[in-house]
Design a protein around this ligand. Structure first.
Ligand code: ATP
Ligand code: MG
Length: 710
């Protein structure tokens, strides 16, 4: 059990009593250490499987943890999200604590918030509605009641979408509507569980007698409400093991905070604190980029960063690719993915990660066009999909018919039976053409077929009824089967997961960081989100962006500021000059040929990093289309001055300086001769002749009216 662990991980696994805190970076084996810890404790007879509650962040992570625990011989251990653990307890204790059945869960929260707003006579547009809903959620997880919202929001520096008093009113109305209709929302599940455990000591004792040991993964993103629940579960017992990485805090906007992780020692002075730095997941190339990204991070989480050390063989350099527009980016990505698959990387080991879900559409289309299978939706909702529910109903009735089902005549093995039943629901051996709803449905059915195949491999004698029971169990745990397609997911939902090849797409200013990240803290959270994305890759990592949204559009976008100093041709923030560390060497083995760039000179666009070939663009030191940060007023002054010089010399203006050179000067605004000399078009002679004037103009000095044009 302990063989597969390094000495520090082993320390975690064997510290079975008292508080334990693991602070470690991405891919260092935190999740592995805690699963082995539980399994070790169970196998050694120290932990009773039913007395352990492992809490993870998503249903998918919980499902994976259950799988790992089963493999390690600790199948009876509960691995759940805070939410699902609380919901189970609430369902169980509701009749005793409150009486009657647990109220229904609100399905469409946004709609209810819209109704509440309408009743308060507040008109909200779609974005405001989403943001107000986010504020209500934040208020609830920070246990802020409507009346306290304005003060709490101001104190936390929330960037409220509307007047705080209005939000407070809508929030109160929303709560009222829920009560009137006997409904509860996602946050209420935790709030009510907390309430019951706080008020009813008998119930709290009951829960505590069942669970003795608690393990929490991704603890950096615990919300105040989840923390409160954890404390109530624990009582005054010390058996808590938490693991996390402050540099991966990506849910602060919902009220989560890494403080509980970072202050664990203060709260539990006798805690065993273990740090892990060996990165087992990613190659040195990926780790180098991840470390580089974090080295620019600021804020509290950044103070606790740990430099990762890769344990893997070297692999390809991360690739940086710039595209003209979004469809080109998606097509280029799909092409590379197809090449990777052709080179032997399984589709299920590839992910395309983006900042917001709306970015998925163009990738769906491109992958469908390239004939690449993909999995789009969050795994949580797999069993809620209509086609899946219908398919399971079909399997259930076939199982009931048993041998009498004519459809299953002569079909003996479980996978074939499943395929036969599901072909009645639209499953075909080959996927349908195109993307969209039909394709999505097929992917769901194909996932069920694969699940049956995998199930039959582990349970040789399994029948259709066994399969249906397994599906029901999974549905209850909301654990979707792994779909053997390329994963399309948001960066937030990629947390804790890993793939051989990761494509981080849409890395432009406005998307990464997202436009609405305004404060320094919000921007830092965006940087951590990108860090999470980078550290999902085991081997291949491709970062890309597009300069415009649609073909032929204005190339007004810039690559993400977080890549400055990391991508080739970009400068490190706060320093001068271009640097091209390691990245972008174009070695990309097995990546199907990275974009080949000419290496004529070091002339790279200082905005986007692209190699410049056009003479005018070389002078400008940027692509013509890339956004300019030129000082327009300075440019005008330089032009006026040039006109005067040209007149004096009796020569055309361009003999003094060309427009491009003037623009480059106005953009660089050099402060000294050395900085002016490096600008293309400013040779030694011109420097000598015009240098003093130009520098004076750049310094904002007025050279006197004599040279001004009238
Ligand atoms: P994250 O912060 O992203 O959640 P993590 O710290 O939880 O990462 P794991 O997912 O547990 O990291 O491990 C990362 C990868 O490294 C996994 O594939 C895991 O199996 C592997 N790994 C971890 N520890 C070891 C080890 N001691 N020997 C070999 N492989 C290991
Ligand atoms: Mg993990």
């Amino acid at each position: 059990m302990l063989d597969g662990l390094d000495p520090e991980q082993r320390e975690v696994a064997t510290a079975l009593h008292g508080p334990v805190c693991v602070l470690a970076g991405a891919g260092t084996g935190k999740t592995r250490a805690i699963t082995h810890r539980i399994a070790f404790g169970v196998r050694a007879g120290i932990l009773q499987p039913a007395s352990v509650l492992a809490v993870t962040f998503t249903n998918r992570a919980a499902g994976e943890m259950r799988g790992r625990l089963r493999q390690l011989g600790a199948g009876g251990v509960q691995a759940r999200t805070f939410h699902s653990a609380a919901l189970r307890q609430l369902q169980y204790f509701w009749p005793k604590a409150v009486g009657g059945d647990l109220p229904r869960l609100v399905e469409r929260k946004i709609q209810l918030v819209a109704e509440a707003a309408a009743r308060c006579r507040v008109r909200l547009d779609r974005n405001e509605l989403r943001d107000v809903t986010g504020e209500i959620e934040w208020a609830k997880v920070t246990q802020t009641v409507p009346a306290d919202y304005p003060a709490a929001a101001a104190k936390s520096g929330r960037d409220a979408p509307r007047d705080a008093a209005e939000i407070s009113q809508i929030y109160a109305m929303y709560e009222q509507l829920k009560r009137d209709r006997s409904m509860i929302d996602f946050e209420d599940v935790l709030l009510l569980t907390v309430g019951i455990l706080q008020d009813r000591h008998d119930i709290a004792d009951h829960v505590r007698s069942q669970y003795q040991h608690f393990v929490v993964d991704e603890y950096q993103d615990v919300s105040p409400l989840q923390q409160r629940l954890l404390e109530l579960w624990l009582g005054d017992r010390p058996n808590l093991c938490v693991v996390g990485d402050a540099s991966q805090t990506i849910y602060s906007f919902t009220g989560a905070t890494p403080d509980h992780l970072l202050n664990f020692r203060t709260k539990h002075p006798d805690a065993t604190v273990v740090k892990l730095v060996r990165d087992y997941r990613s190659t040195p190339q990926v780790v180098h980029l991840a470390n580089g990204l974090l080295s620019q991070a600021r804020g509290r989480a950044a103070e606790h960063r740990l430099e990762l050390v890769s344990q893997r063989e070297p692999g390809p350099e991360p690739l940086y690719t710039e595209y003209a527009d979004e469809p080109a980016e998606a097509e280029g990505t799909a092409r590379r993915i197809r090449d990777l698959i052709a080179a032997g990387v399984p589709a299920g080991e590839i992910a395309v990660l983006y900042r917001i879900n709306a970015q998925s559409e163009v990738y769906e289309q491109a992958l469908a066009d390239a004939g690449v299978p993909y999995q789009l939706r969050g795994a949580e909702r797999f069993f809620e999909r209509q086609e899946v529910r219908k398919a399971i109903a079909g399997l259930r009735s076939a199982a009931r018919f048993g041998d009498n089902d004519p459809l299953l005549d002569d079909v003996v093995d479980l996978p074939s039976q499943t395929r036969a039943v599901l072909s009645g629901n639209g499953w075909t051996p080959q996927p349908p053409a195109g993307s969209g709803a039909v394709r999505d449905q097929w992917e769901s059915l194909a996932a069920l077929v694969r699940l049956a195949e995998d199930f039959a491999k582990t349970r040789f004698t399994a029948t259709l009824s066994d399969l249906v029971a397994e599906l029901d169990e999974r549905a209850a745990a909301q654990h979707a089967p792994t779909v053997q397609g390329v994963t399309l997911a948001s960066l937030h939902s990629a947390k804790g997961l890993e793939w051989d090849a990761v494509f981080l797409v849409g890395l432009t200013e406005g998307m990464m960081p997202i436009t609405y990240a305004k404060t320094d803290e919000q921007v830092e959270e965006e940087r951590r989100l990108l860090y999470v994305g980078v550290t999902r890759a085991r081997l291949h990592l491709v970062l890309s962006w597009a300069l415009s949204r649609s073909p032929g559009g204005r190339a007004s976008r810039r690559p993400s500021r977080f890549l400055n100093g990391l991508r080739p041709g970009s400068s490190v923030p706060g320093s001068r000059g271009a640097s091209a560390p390691r990245a972008g060497s174009g070695s990309g083995a097995g990546m199907g040929g990275p974009a080949k760039r000419k290496r004529r000179s070091s002339a790279l666009c200082r905005v986007c990093g692209k190699t410049l070939t056009d003479a005018g663009e070389v002078k400008l030191m940027r692509c013509e289309d890339c956004p300019s940060d030129m000082d327009e007023a300075l440019y005008e002054r330089l032009r006026d001055w040039r006109a005067g010089q040209a007149r004096e010399l009796g020569q055309p203006a361009y003999c003094v300086f060309t427009d491009k050179t003037l623009m480059a000067i106005a953009e660089a605004a050099p402060g000294e001769a050395g900085e002016l000399a490096v600008i293309a078009g400013v040779g030694a002679r011109k420097l000598e002749r015009f240098g003093a004037d130009v520098l004076a103009l750049c310094a904002g000095q007025d050279l006197g009216g004599a040279d001004e044009e009238d």
